[in-house]
Ligand binder design. Sequence first.
Ligand code: ZN
Length: 292
Amino acid sequence: MKLATFSTAENPTPRLGVVRGDGMVDVSTIAGAPDSMAAYLSGGQAADEQVRSAAATVSQAIALDAIDWHPPVPGPGKMLGIGLNYADHIAETGMKKPEVQMWFNKQHNCVNGPYADINLPAVSDKLDYEAELCVVIGRRCKHVPRERAHEVIAGYCCGNDVSVRDWQRSAITMQIGKSFDTHGPIGPYLVTPDEVGDPHNLDIRALVNGEVRQSSNTRHLIFDCYDAVAHLTRAFVLDPGDVLFTGTPAGVGNAMKPPCFLKAGDVVRIEIEKLGHLEARVARERAECVIQ
Ligand code: ZN
């Protein structure tokens, strides 16, 4: 099942939908069914069954070309990213393979829709893409052993861990350089594990203006999705709607010779087998003072 958060021109309220062929079933119109991704994710198995039944029985669907797409998880509680998690990317950065998982915060408010513009910051021209498999958590959990990690995963989606390289490097936490507004695109929908099958055998690519820059497979992850859940929940609770960015393969712009950063007008496309794609135009941000 492919679950989305969407709105339409006629009804601008973001709500839960299920993609069926070339249409979107509006789950929020079904009495008793969860009307948002947050309600779905916190509703457990009962909510999942309601949504599956609604998607199978509702005859009407909205044409996908009339849909405004939002991030499938519009308000993640946490967004965490792991650094240096594909061997070929480690080689291109010249860093050493980490012995423990190296996580950083991506501020949750940088979450962005799958087709929304990405800001070229007013304060930097070192803007880069990172194609990543994202894991969305579906259960409140702590101390989850690796062999049970699959039980807490609601699904998977594409992610772009957009990075401002000079700001990333300026602080050891990397937090600000990974968290500029609009720099957390996810989507286009959440694909449930039954439809994904093995999450560690998916082709993953990034293209800039149609040119393939990254091309790998999630089988090359050093620490896989289950390792991530096990490691993080040794330290803190993961909650429904938390999003984990699982690292990027070789081919980022920063590692090209010479480095090739994103410019205004560039189109960045992230594709993952079975999970659809993200596509964003880069738009120059204006340095306007806002005080509300
Ligand atoms: Zn990353």
